[in-house]
Design a protein around this ligand. Structure first.
Ligand SMILES: Cc1cc2nc3c(=O)[nH]c(=O)nc-3n(C[C@H](O)[C@H](O)[C@H](O)COP(=O)(O)OP(=O)(O)OC[C@H]3O[C@@H](n4cnc5c(N)ncnc54)[C@H](O)[C@@H]3O)c2cc1C
Length: 1009
């Protein structure tokens, strides 16, 4: 054993001795809290329900509501006897005397929250701080709050911080340093600040914008803190905010005014793989700055969030996946901090005795006096460890959250999760009573053991690749990852791509018919909607003769293509996907210019196109082979599919690559030949898809690119006798025209035309009375105004229950006023220009209609002077029969409808011609069930935005006047491009039948596969 390890063990044992001298269970408050913890640790499912219930409880207004939720959450709990006991005023009681049990529960949860929240307000918290002072425990105070969704809320928050600072300074004027040594490093007043509370529009793509907005807000606070001799610490939040926080810290503390101020600190999260590099960078920065600073080293509070988020988006996970890796890295960073003690003051934020003992031992070895660093622990946790550390003569500071119960709920739930985590030290020590030897093991040794086949304790590792249980259909399909725009290298790639695209402005693209490039006399210009005098490119315009040639080419190529093996066709799609991936930033940048897409939206569009290619290739392999229908002796029946013929693809501009590529790829992979007609407004992106498929090796005539006016060539080809299939996505008006026209049979026509028709929506979002407003507001704003509301899935009717209408509106209007509107070339813009002048005029006309019909509750005042910018607009007092509540506007205009109850909400939501997407925010399991069953929408989204469907995960498409009921990106989508065929053969001869019938008969396909 190394001498450091034996020193750690010695110190660890000493801490345990002192801890055991004043025994206190982890769950020190007996009763409700203890029972909650015990039950939670026994049953993961129940834990989830319990924590969800705790989460919703503060927002429930009456006893009746509390009881209803209680019953909904726990109706199916299989351990209901234990549950009843736990709930004191248990489920039985709640039925008979609800007025007693509701308040009791609320009281119990409030008491539990009090265990972790040091005070309701600055006055309240002083009592706790004074008590701790007598115990030689210092403090850092953090203000709990709701998620800040608007700049008004952010300003209120900043004001509260200033108040808090003043109050603390006043109340602690005569307090002295508990160790009386090196006290200049550790001011008594210490404030912990979360940057997300000070600016509502932090966007990971744009740290510079956040820094520019946050520095002026922080300066008064920092100035005052300096005057008062206080310390300010920047807490660290989720990974998406990490770089912004670091950048902000370095920027503001390099300013002349604060350059020589040593009382600034920041958090390093050891669970992050980046943390060592970041810490080294900070230390270097500090040397250059010439003034010391402080670091609170922690493992990190968002482990579950980070792993879930990266799994959802297909990102490399930023956190370690094995607990001992985080522990080992904590020790590496401890060494880094202590070895640079000359420029950095350390605070070790941990409840883990091994981590604490390691810091002590290492500091001792390096000769650093114990008064020159401190231990920080959370209020309400690990009391005995704090006492032990004080007794050993170390500095201890407690992290004390202040705030009301409702805003504090997410903090409370995080603490509950931490205390019941299988991985956590506190559970291992205080609940499972593991021996000191195990608790003090060297994490590096545990890792070495796990590499040699010994499992790390408990469920310490997760597999990031198995995102779906294998039993589910579609399990093996994996989406392309989204670009993680929080990473600086990706931001730089996007900037470079934008610069490069600018150089390409004015490019010219031809038609492609039968593999030939064709130029016509007429050239279409495609403009940048943010700056209409910029021409992104010119495209040759097809007339009727070119349309005829394209149909003839596609018809002639069909025979060969239908006989090409589906495997070859699948590989074509996969090659196209690879090229899309390779050109990803370039294509995203082009979308920013050609259709005004914000960065992340553009990336999402290219990602979706990639997904369509790989998903449809996969689906084709699943259905491509002739398959036995039933196993009966003496007869063989095989079902398989033939392509329909010539497919005409007519796509919109709002998902210029994804929708076009999706329809084209589905048609190609199923063996149809294709004429693709992109929207006139996004023709350059359309031409890029042609280029991509050519590079991927599509043979001449199989895919033809025709640009031209929908009303001329589109209409001509829809009516054409040689077109067998029309895949259309666009407006209701055009869609219905196509549907009707395709219904007529023309002279010489071989097939009944199949129409795949995706049209608009008038999508509702219902906000229930118990909804989590932090989420409901942010997601509603994004659903309504993201990409200027120009998605067929966009939210256009917000339906709010009257019970919380006022609170919803107050926050919604504030949030709308804070949304960033501007040229989407800048990262982080949410609302850019609408697509063209016609759309601009039409939307402004609707706004005029709205002003007459309803009340204009909000309209952005400032939008860029050039370009087709429509100010985000909200109408209230909207009634279901008004035009703005019934007609699709396709712009950033939101109608708000107030309703009595959920019955009326559903009636209003279902009361339009459309049924595309619909959303619901609620924490009532019963109401959620109801919406799942009753909301008329092709895609129903609960507690999340109603836009952003992902291929394979959210097959997309609506019904009623929203579409013909097909689901793009769904398992059965390809069937729309095929005709099914069954071949039956009697294989009995004189009663003798073969023993076995194969499941597939590939010889059936000709030529052989
Ligand atoms: C005073 C104080 C302030 C804090 N401030 C912040 C802050 O600003 N930002 C922040 O993010 N956190 C902060 N934390 C940390 C956080 O809230 C947790 O308390 C802390 O991570 C628990 O670590 P531990 O060493 O006490 O316990 P341990 O039980 O030793 O460690 C638990 C931690 O290990 C990590 N972990 C769990 N499972 C795994 C796994 N499978 N693989 C890899 N790692 C895993 C997680 O980070 C988890 O929190 C703070 C903590 C304290 C005490």
């Amino acid at each position: 054993m190394t001498s450091l390890q034996s020193e750690i063990e010695q110190r660890g044992r000493r801490i345990f001795e002192l801890v055991d001298k004043y025994p206190e269970s982890l769950f020190s408050k007996a009763g409700f809290y203890q029972r909650l913890m015990t039950l939670s640790m026994r049953d993961e499912q129940l834990k989830l329900q319990l924590f969800r219930f705790v989460d919703v409880l503060p927002s429930l207004h009456t006893s009746g509501e509390i009881i209803e939720h209680l019953q909904e959450y726990f109706a199916d709990a299989h351990d209901s006897r234990k549950l009843s006991e736990f709930l004191e005023a248990g489920v039985r009681l709640t039925r008979t005397v609800p007025w007693i049990s509701g308040p009791i529960l609320r009281w119990n949860v409030s008491e539990m929250a009090r265990q972790f929240i040091a005070g309701r307000n600055p006055n309240d918290v002083m009592r706790t701080l004074r008590k701790r002072w007598t115990q030689k425990i210092g403090f850092t105070v953090d203000l709990l709050g709701e998620t800040v969704v608007s700049e008004t809320e952010a300003d209120e928050y900043a004001a509260r911080y200033l108040d808090l600072l003043e109050g603390l300074a006043r109340e602690t004027k005569n307090w002295t340093d508990p160790l009386g040594k090196n006290s200049e490093l550790f001011p008594v007043v210490n404030l912990s600040v979360k940057i997300s509370a000070l600016y509502s529009q932090i966007n990971p793509a744009d740290p510079a914008d956040a820094v520019a907005h946050l520095t002026p807000k922080l300066r008064p606070l920092l100035r005052r803190a300096r005057e008062l001799g206080a310390f300010i610490n920047f807490d660290m939040e989720s990974y998406a905010h990490k770089n912004t926080t670091l950048e902000l810290f370095k920027t503001v503390f390099t300013e002349e005014e604060f350059k020589d101020w040593p009382h600034a600190g920041i958090v390093a999260q050891a669970y992050l793989r980046d943390s060592e590099a970041d810490l080294r960078d900070l230390i270097e920065w500090s040397r250059a700055r010439g003034t010391r600073f402080a670091v609170r080293l922690v493992k990190g509070a968002y482990w579950d969030y980070e792993t879930t988020k990266s799994r959802q988006n297909g990102w490399d996970c930023p956190v370690y996946l094995q607990k001992p890796e985080s522990d080992a890295n904590f020790e590496t960073l401890t060494r880094l901090l202590l070895e640079n003690e000359s420029v950095v003051t350390s605070a070790f934020g941990s409840h883990n005795v091994r981590s604490i003992a390691h810091s002590q031992a290492l500091a001792e070895k390096l000769g650093i006096d114990r008064s020159r660093f401190e231990f920080q622990l959370l209020y309400g946790m690990a009391g005995p460890i704090k006492r032990a550390l004080v007794e050993m003569g170390y500095r201890v500071r407690e992290y004390c959250p202040v705030g009301e119960l409702l805003p504090g709920m997410s903090y409370l739930v995080r603490r509950l999760l931490e205390n019941t985590s299988n991985e956590g030290f506190l559970r291992a020590k205080f609940s499972e009573n593991l021996p000191a030897k195990d608790l003090l093991r060297d994490p590096c040794e545990i890792l070495r053991g796990s590499r040699n086949g010994v499992r790390p304790p408990s469920n310490a590792t997760i597999n990031m690749t198995t995102t779906t249980p294998k039993t589910q259909r579609g399990a093996s399909y994996e989406n392309a990852p989204l670009t993680n725009i929080a990473l600086p290298e990706n931001q730089e790639k996007m900037r470079a791509a934008l610069r490069e695209q600018r150089k390409q402005f004015g490019r010219r693209v031809p038609l492609t018919i039968n593999g030939e490039k064709i130029w016509t006399d007429n050239m279409f210009s495609s403009v940048n909607p943010s700056q209409p005098d910029q021409i992104v490119g010119y495209a040759a315009e097809a007339g009727i003769p070119e349309a005829e040639r394209a149909v003839a080419a596609a018809r002639a190529a069909f025979e060969k293509w239908r006989r090409t093996s589906f495997e070859e066709r699948c590989q074509l799609l996969e090659r196209a996907a690879e090229i899309l991936e390779r050109r990803r930033f370039e294509l995203s940048a082009l979308e920013v210019f050609e259709v005004g897409k914000p960065w992340v939206e553009a990336d999402g569009d290219i990602r979706e196109a990639i997904d369509f290619c790989t998903f449809y290739a996969r689906q084709m392999r699943l259905i491509g082979r002739p398959r036995l229908t039933q196993n009966v002796p003496g007869e063989e029946s095989y079902q398989h599919y033939w392509p329909r013929g010539v497919a005409l693809v007519i796509a919109p501009w709002n998902f210029p690559m994804a929708i076009l590529c999706g329809m084209v790829s589905a048609a190609l992979v199923t063996g149809n030949t294709v004429i693709m007609k992109p929207s006139e407004q996004s023709v350059i992106i359309g031409a890029m898809l042609m280029e991509i498929y050519e590079e991927a090796g599509v043979p001449p005539g199989i895919l033809n690119f025709l640009n031209g006016k929908g009303s001329v060539i589109g209409a001509h080809m829809v009516d054409h006798k040689d077109v067998d299939l029309i895949a259309f996505t666009g407006s209701r008006e055009v869609g219905l025209g196509i549907w009707e026209s395709a219904g007529k049979t023309r002279e010489g026509q071989r097939e009944l035309k199949r129409v795949i028709c995706e049209m608009g929506g008038k999508n509702p979002m219902i906000v229930d009375s118990d909804a989590d407003l932090d989420e409901a507001i942010v997601d509603s704003i994004y659903s309504a105004f993201g990409f200027q509301g120009q998605k067929c899935s966009a939210l256009s009717r917000l339906i709010v229950l009257e019970e919380n209408y006022d609170r919803v509106m107050e926050r919604l209007l504030g949030a709308a006023a804070s949304v960033r509107v501007g040229n989407p070339e800048e990262p982080g813009i949410v609302v850019g220009p609408v697509i063209d002048e016609a759309a601009y005029r039409r939307i402004l006309d609707y706004i005029e209609v709205g002003k007459k019909e309803a009340t204009l509750a909000y309209q952005a005042k400032e939008v860029p002077p050039h370009g087709y910018f429509i100010p985000p607009t909200i109408f209230t007092g909207v009634k279901p029969n008004m035009r703005i509540a019934r007609e699709e506007i396709f712009g950033p205009v939101l109608s708000v409808l107030k309703v009595r109850d959920l019955d009326e909400a559903i009636e209003v939501a279902n009361g339009t011609d459309y049924a595309l997407t619909g959303g619901f925010f609620s924490r009532s399991p019963a109401n959620i069930q109801r919406i799942k069953a009753q909301l008329e929408a092709g895609n129903v989204y609960i507690n999340r935005p109603c836009t952003g469907a992902i291929v394979g995960r959210h097959p997309f498409g609506g019904f009623k006047m929203s579409g013909s009921g097909t689901k793009a990106g769904g398992e059965d989508y390809l069937l729309n491009f095929l005709v099914p065929r069954v071949v039956t053969e009697n294989v009995t001869r004189h009663g003798l039948a073969p023993e076995k019938t194969p499941e597939y008969r590939d010889e059936f396909l000709w030529p052989k596969q």
